[in-house]
Design a protein. Structure first.
Lengths: 468, 319
């Protein structure tokens, strides 16, 4: 180790080693064996599609396999290969950049516009418009998948939700509370959470705090209190992460944690983790999308007699329930034949059951007759229209197996409650700024909420500005 | 220039003028085995070039660009570096990374050394204890982290909280407490990595002549004095190498903060490499350029650190 040349080699090696560890993979090519640019027709084509959550049970897998088999029977030239799929902010962009997404993949409603502007989604306009209901989508929803050129790049597919309050009826009973009278204000939620904690020793309330889901739920809390995390004046988007309603909700969480001791002591709960804790009976109440019962059944073994309850998120000061949902999109590098096949699959797997009675019944029957049965009839907001939604629910009424009586707190108001759309610009970046604030407030008794929100807002605005 | 080099260069003088220089033609190059050597080396060169150097060069280029990996990249000069230096998170991630490295140095560096010295003193079942020490290394890292997450359960019935509860301590929040999160990560990382270093030290210890210990024993040296005056000098060069490798490794720590806390709570465990990942892959705003710029800065810093380290420790090394 004496000659200068060896130092040079050493330096180069160190740079090489460090960079090799940080180097990104190059953009890959999607799967599929179609090579021409012609629509599928009778040509053999293979597509990969987003399937179930990685934790899905055997019954859900069988139901998907059955639907794939019937799809391939109808379109013998198309081979469908489902892949486990769970949209996570921490992995989605890596999959997108690495070219490892399936041909048909799912994205949050609000990410559509950004991905279209970045030219990261395939144009599926002509295939969607060729569907018999191609022009009947709820306009506000399909706008999220439509580019400035008027073309459709993604379609609302499932889980169009309003954030709601999920609760464990058994813990309510154990604490001497009436599970048929769930709380309707945040003060009541706090009081019930404290009573549950004091009487049962279980956490009365929990909040997501991991990754962007923590920011998402803080935004939902702020929306319910009449605040927003972003404003648009017609020309410019402004981050408002320091909105008084955001602070009010954080202070409420702080008081649950440090005064009442009724908040679950976890800063590492994301969407999936909080479902697991809830299903394990470790917490009494939390907020998430109104459709989360499907996942609780599919991945966490919750059954109709488990004691699940659903009610509307409490609102005040003209606030409302944050809405969102899932869109289906197609990878940019798909061939025309794959795009054609992909939209046929989107129709088959997500949408036809809302338009066609036979499809609706086949889908519901398939889910209900699994062992254990999968959820049928979980309340969601309509992809097309209220009438269409109610009609589809009527078609499958014999197979509905979710505890609708225990969801009345939500279903009674789902079409009348005030709904708040998610922020439009850089929403994931705004959530990314908010979740550390949630973590700070529930892990540090002396957290300076004002300063945290001021800093988060500056960073959020910077993210909005740099995305332009 | 080494002594050997001097001897070799002196050898031809005096007779060189009289001897005809052999002509270096492609034919002689081939005849002397140049082509064969090249053919043997080509696959390795190609693989190294494609899978190692090409990504490195691409990363360097990308650090001067704005790209979303779909649209054509735009050359932005030093903007990505300016963005990184003006980001309020930069001091936090540097502080966190340094804190992890320091804790790992204080707790993680001596542990394998002590373990190896103790094991080398054993007369029986040395292999068994070596295997025991190495066991955590063969546990897949993700599995190890999941296991330790279970240990760090913040509820009173969590594994560590239960054990500490027996002596009246806790319960602690572990990963959910901004002050305890980083030490918790270091504890697991030390457990996971110590076995590999123990094996290296054990191998080095076998090279220490037994006579030195015998001589020290005859002189009445205690165990500690034997370790200090015989073992440590013998391991000096190995210790210096493992120290710089540990510093480089801990400066690039990613796995533990990513899997345990994803940088939380409130950025308390956000390290440089995790931030690189988050810049690149958790924002649809396409900050690949900034991510690669930060990677480049880290690489340059580690290279300079290595150079300074080897220069400073040159006189201590036995090589």
């Amino acid at each position: 180790m004496k000659s200068p040349r060896r130092y040079t080699v050493l330096a180069a090696t160190a740079v090489a080693a460090a960079l090799a560890l940080t180097a990104c993979s190059s953009n890959g090519k999607g799967s599929g064996d179609a090579t021409s640019s012609a629509p599928a027709g009778d040509q053999k084509v293979t597509i990969t599609v987003a399937g179930l959550l990685p934790t899905a049970d055997d019954a859900a897998k069988k139901q998907l396999a059955d639907r794939v088999a019937s799809f391939q029977a109808k379109y013998p030239n198309i081979t469908v290969k489902p892949e486990d799929y769970n949209w996570l902010a921490s992995t989605f962009t890596a999959q997108l950049a690495g070219g490892t997404l399936p041909n048909v993949f799912e994205i949050p409603l609000t990410d559509g516009k950004t991905l279209i502007e970045n030219h990261q989604l395939a144009d599926i306009d002509k295939y969607v418009k060729a569907l018999p209901y191609g022009d009947q989508f709820n306009e506000k929803l399909i706008a999220n998948g439509t580019g400035d050129d008027g073309h459709i790049y993604a379609v609302p597919a499932k889980s169009i939700y309003a954030v709601a309050l999920h609760y464990n009826r058994n813990l309510f009973k154990d604490a001497g509370l009436d599970p048929d009278k769930p709380p309707t204000t945040w003060d009541e939620v706090r009081a019930d959470a404290k009573q549950i904690h004091d009487k049962t020793g279980k956490a009365g309330y929990a909040t997501m705090a991991l990754d962007n889901s923590g920011g998402w739920q803080l935004a939902a809390g702020a929306n319910s209190r009449g605040g927003v995390i972003e404003k648009f004046d017609g020309t410019k988007y402004t981050a408002t992460l320091d909105d008084p309603a955001v602070k009010e909700h954080l202070q409420w969480l702080h008081d649950l944690k440090w005064e009442d001791k009724s908040l679950l002591d976890r800063t590492d709960l994301g969407w999936g983790e909080i479902n697991t804790e809830f299903a394990a009976g470790n917490l009494a109440m939390y907020t998430s999308g109104s459709d989360v019962y499907n996942a609780l059944v599919q991945a966490n073994g919750v059954t109709k007699d488990w004691g699940y309850g659903l009610t509307a998120i409490p609102t005040s000061n003209g606030g409302g329930a944050l809405t969102g949902g899932t869109m289906a999109a197609v990878t940019k590098d798909s061939t025309d034949a794959q795009k054609d096949a992909a939209v046929k699959w989107i129709d088959w797997w997500y949408l036809a059951k809302l338009q066609d009675k036979d499809q609706a019944i086949a889908d519901a029957k398939g889910l209900a007759e699994q062992n254990p049965p999968q959820a049928v009839g979980t309340p969601v907001l309509p992809i097309f229209s209220k009438e269409n939604y109610q009609q589809s629910q009527e078609w499958i009424k014999d197979y509905i197996n979710v505890p609708l009586d225990d969801m009345k707190g939500y279903t009674d108001v789902m079409f009348t409650q005030n709904l708040v759309p998610e922020a439009s610009a850089s929403v994931q970046d705004l959530y990314a700024q908010l979740f550390p604030v949630v973590q700070a407030v529930i892990s540090d008794k002396n957290a300076d909420i004002d300063k945290l929100l001021k800093d988060a807002n500056a960073a959020g605005q910077s993210a909005i500005d740099s995305a332009k | 220039m080494t002594t050997d080099d001097v001897v070799l260069t002196k050898f031809p003088t005096g007779t060189g003028k009289d001897r005809p220089k052999p002509r270096r033609t492609p034919a002689t190059w081939v005849r002397r085995g140049g082509l064969t050597a090249l053919l043997f080396g080509l696959p390795a060169l190609l693989i190294f070039g494609i899978f190692s150097w090409w990504p490195i060069v691409s990363a360097v280029v990308m650090s001067f660009q704005k790209t979303n990996l779909t649209d054509p990249a735009v050359w932005v000069g030093l903007d990505n570096f300016k963005e990184i230096f003006s980001d309020p998170l930069l001091p936090t991630v540097i502080r966190n990374t340094a804190w992890f490295a320091l804790l790992a140095l204080i707790f993680g560096y001596p542990v394998p050394l002590i373990g190896a010295v103790l094991m080398s003193e054993l007369r029986r079942r040395k292999g068994f204890y070596s295997a025991l020490a190495y066991l955590p290394v063969v546990v897949p890292p993700v599995v190890a982290v999941l296991l330790w997450k279970f240990f760090y359960d913040p509820r009173p019935e969590g594994v560590f909280n239960t054990v500490l509860g027996w002596v009246g301590l806790g319960p602690y929040s572990w990963l959910n407490d901004p002050h305890m999160a980083m030490p918790s990560l270091v504890l697991e990382a030390t457990w996971a990595a110590a076995g590999g270093t123990v094996i290296i030290y054990l191998a080095a210890l076998t090279a220490v002549p037994a006579e030195l210990y015998d001589a020290a024993e005859v002189d009445g040296a205690s165990v500690l004095r034997k370790v200090w005056h015989v073992t440590m000098p013998a391991l000096r060069s190995i210790l210096l190498i493992t120290l710089i490798l540990q510093i480089i490794g801990t400066a690039q720590v990613f796995l533990e903060p990513f899997l345990f806390t994803n940088g939380g709570p409130n950025h308390a465990t956000l390290t440089v490499m995790l931030w690189v990942y988050q810049l690149a892959f958790t924002s649809i705003g396409n900050r690949y350029g900034e991510a690669t710029a930060l990677s480049l800065l880290l690489a340059v810093f580690l290279a300079v650190l290595s150079l300074v380290y080897f220069r400073l420790t040159r006189s201590w090394s036995t090589s």
